[in-house]
Design a protein around this ligand. Structure first.
Ligand code: SF4
Length: 747
């Protein structure tokens, strides 16, 4: 079934003209990313050439996707916008709230009753406002979008940081906060700083144990978690064309791990084939007809260094499988060096659980290659040493893998098939361990491996790898096992070697069709009920407008040390259940951040009591006394999931300023949208001047203007004072959001 076919027809009938007009306006050959961006300008008549990394641009994306955890807040905001229908096609996907415990059937039943109130709310709001609804168990947002909605040349926003997965089908797909999604759904301009362009040229052809996942794991090591910030990664070269559409999606998905705005591949035969296999021949036909404009212009491919801000080249022929981690996805290590790394760093060597699936790696190709490795355990009489957990990406992939015997293979080696949902990837994993204080290692085919992300245990060393390598390590139960060269002892005492994985990009017999879990909207008459006594949902009250005064003498709430991701700011796992209730979820605010003064988490000085208490408790007390506070942090504050709660919670608890060495892009925008001040140190060493009992003022707000810095004044406890310059990236419109109290207030 092709969803939203009329919108697609309109899109493809105008795309070539729009690109031609933009090319003549900007006066040079265009990369693919530029074509898509310029074809989606909010004002089609705009003739400006935008400076990459400098200019803010208003866009008109084609569609919106929301996952259940973020959709609650997005839709609560949308309900306040006074519209009767979403201005563009949009969907909600119930994937984050299902806890992985006993297996798909029981877990979905449990989730359906535990989350009934939230699911009913999301279904009813979706129905009322013309939004498609994918019920629990239907699949993970990005896999479902890839199978049903992504289209070459299109532009979408999604309230999830791995929205760029759709770049595998040649779409510019960007992870945003709920407030951005509301902009698009209300038909307003959606603003983004014109991204820089990183060109990644893929040469050669992949072979053996190497997989598309290894392209991005290697690239993460090159770019690090910040290297893609404010940039689009555009892949090209004969190596790119050799990758399956779902392999391309895996690579784009994990572009989020290097901070990229999004990633994109050019339209090619692999994408066309995937569209046809997923019942979208009509879309493939329309894309085929304009294929030349769904890739960069020939001049760009001939001299890429002239058109991209940076070029990186990766040779697929020599690419090794990678294992990245622990605790950060950019700690890249080729398999040939991994055993030495494990030993040198004294990582726990026993591999305790292997987990495959997630939105990153749950295509038919991934599942079939992983199953081919699992099959060898049966065929070669090998004992599988560790538990295996499988989270298929969608009902379509699950049913097809079931028909083709792969689910049976996983179960035969002791694997547990969990729901088609995020599960352990977002901390929704009821893991049973003998001793949580013991260091332990897990390997996943997910995309993120920050401390505590999968099971909430800081002693879990999580590594990310391809699904096929994860299964091989699960069989061995040993992180130091290298299937490319090592052997294993089977039950007959023989030394056996695992053969290279085999799989197919697409199922030879086609995908199984059937109930895929979609519920179409019925219309405006649907009633929305929010129980005022609910602990899960709460009607959103607008934040107060700025009172026009400087922000004076704010007590330091926390000076966070080291990594402070959105997981640290607003933890997931059990807290996911409060995503629709701002007051309740605010109790987790910054509980994972390390206090630079005592090295502890969730223990900060309360200047009213002189005692140490939880961060949210201290902020709450300040708020009750009408005292605004400030948070200080280090680099890339707010990296990780696009979690606007991480911006809304401090706002709700009267934190007015986050002063950091640098910000992750999505989080910085989220802070701005919620009316917060996101400031950076002009001189990063000024971070060291901030003392635990300081009161901090931010002055210069009376003349707050784009490009004009502000001043921070520290009032130390000993009576001394010092001041320094702080910077911001607010444009006029964003300053308006600050003044109005939030972007939503300014609509
Ligand atoms: S990264 Fe994990 S939590 Fe996020 S959408 Fe994908 S599977 Fe779900």
């Amino acid at each position: 079934m092709v969803h939203d076919i009329e919108m697609l027809k309109r899109f493809y009938s105008s795309f070539v003209d729009r690109v031609a007009t933009s090319r003549s306006n900007i006066g040079h050959p265009m990369t693919l990313a530029e074509k898509i961006l310029y074809a989606h300008l909010y004002d089609v008549n705009q003739t400006t050439t935008f400076q990459r990394g400098e200019d803010y641009v208003n866009f008109r994306p084609d569609r919106v996707a929301m996952q259940d955890a973020t959709a609650q807040m997005a839709l609560l905001q949308f309900m306040n916008a006074g519209k009767t229908k979403s201005a563009v096609p949009a969907t909600v996907h119930c994937d984050h709230l299902i806890q992985a415990y006993k297996g798909a059937g029981i877990d979905i039943e449990t989730a359906t009753s535990t989350n009934k109130e939230v699911y009913d709310f999301l279904r009813d709001v979706s129905s009322k406002y013309g939004i498609g609804f994918w019920k629990p168990g239907a699949g993970i947002i990005h896999q479902v979008v890839l199978e049903n909605y992504a289209f070459p040349g299109g532009m979408m926003v999604g309230t999830d940081s791995h929205t760029p997965n759709a770049g595998g089908l040649g779409m510019i797909a960007i992870g945003v906060g709920g407030a951005d999604a509301v902009d698009v759904m209300t038909g307003m301009e959606w603003e983004l700083k014109m991204p820089k362009l990183i060109g990644v040229k893929l040469t050669g052809k992949m072979n053996g144990w190497a997989s598309p996942k290894d392209v991005i794991l290697k690239l993460a090591g090159i770019l690090t978690v910040k290297g893609g910030t404010n940039a689009i990664i555009e892949y090209f070269g004969e190596g790119a064309a050799s990758l399956s559409a779902t392999g391309k999606a895996t690579i784009c998905n994990m572009g989020a791990e290097v901070g990229a705005t999004t990633s994109v591949f050019a339209y090619d035969a692999q994408i066309s084939e995937y569209l046809r296999a997923t019942e979208r021949a009509e879309v493939a036909d329309m894309a085929d007809a304009i294929a030349a404009d769904l890739q960069a212009d020939p001049e760009v491919y001939a001299a890429p260094e002239k058109y991209y801000d940076r070029i990186i080249e990766i040779d697929l022929s020599t690419l090794e499988p990678y294992i990245n981690g622990p605790f950060t996805p950019d700690a890249a290590c080729p398999i040939s060096e991994f055993a030495a790394k494990v030993i040198a760093n004294d990582y726990p060597r026993k591999m305790e659980v292997g987990l495959i699936g997630s939105c990153t790696n749950s295509s038919y190709q991934d599942i079939s290659r992983a199953a081919s490795v699992a099959r060898q355990a049966i065929d070669q009489n090998l004992k599988v040493s560790s538990p295996l957990i499988v989270n298929p990406g969608s009902e379509r992939v699950y049913q097809t893998a079931l028909r083709d015997g792969m689910i049976d293979t996983f179960e035969s080696v002791g694997g547990t098939i969990m729901a088609n949902a995020c599960g352990p990837c977002i901390g929704q994993w009821k893991r049973i361990t003998d001793d949580p204080t013991r260091k332990n290692a897990i390997v996943t085919s997910f995309n993120r491996n920050f401390a505590k992300r999968a099971d909430g245990n800081p002693n879990t060393f999580a590594f990310v790898a391809s699904p096929e390598l994860t299964v091989a390590l699960t069989i061995a139960g040993d992180l130091c096992f290298n299937p490319l060269k090592d052997t294993l002892t089977n039950a007959d005492g023989e030394q056996v070697k695992l053969a290279e994985p085999q799989g197919s990009n697409l199922p030879a017999k086609g995908f199984v069709q059937g109930d895929n879990g979609y519920i179409a909207p019925t219309g405006a008459s649907t009633e929305i009920n929010i129980d005022p006594s609910s602990s899960r949902l709460q009607v959103l009250q607008p934040f107060q407008a700025w009172d026009g005064n400087e922000l004076l003498n704010m007590p330091l709430l926390i000076k966070a040390q080291g990594k402070c991701t959105t997981d640290h700011i607003s933890m997931a796992g059990p807290w996911l259940r409060f995503r629709g209730h701002l007051e309740n979820i605010s109790d987790n605010m910054l509980m994972g951040a390390v206090n630079a003064f005592n090295g502890k988490t969730n223990s900060v000085y309360n200047r009213e009591t002189g005692e140490y208490d939880a961060v949210s408790a201290v902020a709450k007390q300040y708020k009750s006394l009408d005292i605004a506070s400030i948070v200080v942090a280090e680099e890339n504050y707010g990296e990780g999931s696009s979690r606007e709660h991480a911006a809304m919670e401090p706002r709700f608890l009267n934190v007015r300023v986050i002063l950091a060495k640098s910000f992750a892009r999505i989080h910085e925008t989220n802070l701005k949208k919620q009316g917060m001040l996101a400031l950076t140190f002009a001189n990063k060493d000024d971070y060291n001047r901030i003392q635990e009992h300081d009161k901090i003022s931010i002055v210069g707000l009376g003349s707050f203007a784009p490009g004009r810095s502000l001043m921070a004044i520290l009032q130390h406890e000993d009576g001394t004072q010092e001041s320094f310059e702080v910077l911001h990236t607010y444009n006029e419109q964003q300053i308006g959001w600050f003044r109005a109290g939030s972007a939503l207030n300014s609509k």
